[in-house]
Design a protein around this ligand. Sequence first.
Ligand code: NDP
Length: 334
Amino acid sequence: MTGALRWGLIGATTIAREWMIAAIRAEGGVIAGVMSTNAARGAAYAAEHDIPLATTSLDALFDKVDAVYVATTNDLHYGQVLAAAKAGKHVLCEKPLALNLQEAREMVAACKAAGVTMATNHHLRNAATHRAMRGAIAEGRIGRPLFARVCHAVYLPEHLQGWRIKDPKTGAGVVMDITVHDADTLRFVLGDEPIAVTAMIQSAGMGEGAIEDGVMGVARFKSGLIAHFHDAFTSRYAKTTFEVHGSDGSLFGADCMTQRPIGTVTLRDKHGEALLPLAQENLYERSVRAFQAAIRGQGLPSASGEDGVRSMAMAIATLEAAHSARETAVEPGL
Ligand code: NDP
């Protein structure tokens, strides 16, 4: 492929408005169209963002683009990704990829069979903080990693208090929304795979009916490491952290489970405490850059389709563990 990549947005969404439209343009991509199920909302969205085409038809969008960014509610990703693969379009899909592992695996298989690049928009892998922790661990700076602790308890902003807390058919709830990110970030930072989970969920009143709005869990990894994760929509004043404690040192990531390019990482070992140097950059721009390069045959996306399946596998095991009150095995990826 030569020239600017032509993108189509599937869904007139908040995440595209807040981050992805700017990130695609910053990386030289052209947004050629947006597909919305509502013609008037789609047209207004296109006008607001200077997008030449608004359509309610996926096929009309596919006619004009090389790649699609799928960011509709989670229940719709499956059908839309299969359609995009069939049309020969590269796919950057939001997390969670789908509502169940079978659908997610089919999505990866369809993209592979069609010969298109598929990526999952797990933005946190692109954070300087997490990349620095991954590097430090790979270099052996904390010895053998034994424990991890993730605090990703936040307050769901009012403008996002819609389907995530109200509509079970969309795969609502904090586990599919936030625990998937913890799963992916743990896998990335540790270079390890979760094999079993135990968890408790909470419904403190933000999630309607049985939709959980808080969770605490513990995952066991292949290496023997165990990781604690705490996610919520209801914690107005908590700070996010990501810690890894090893035989020879500990890493303290602070303010790092976020969309913004902020945060610090402190290494604490026998020499004392030191801040790791970080080259902060926009997480979504880095995700788009890697995806576009992968399409051109240069390297891999930050998070592949299979990474999206594996993060979902840990989230689904978390829900099963919470509902059964039993330690639950995490299914393998593909
Ligand atoms: P939105 O609620 O903004 O959009 C989801 C769907 O809702 C859209 O496809 C759109 O339908 C419809 N919609 C949007 N606005 C309105 C409105 N005002 N009235 C009626 N319907 C509307 O979703 P988000 O942007 O919050 O999330 C989308 C996806 O992105 C999810 O899968 C989520 O998990 C993921 N996400 C990922 C993040 C990340 O950092 N990786 C961060 C945030 C979200 P239509 O298709 O018809 O236009």
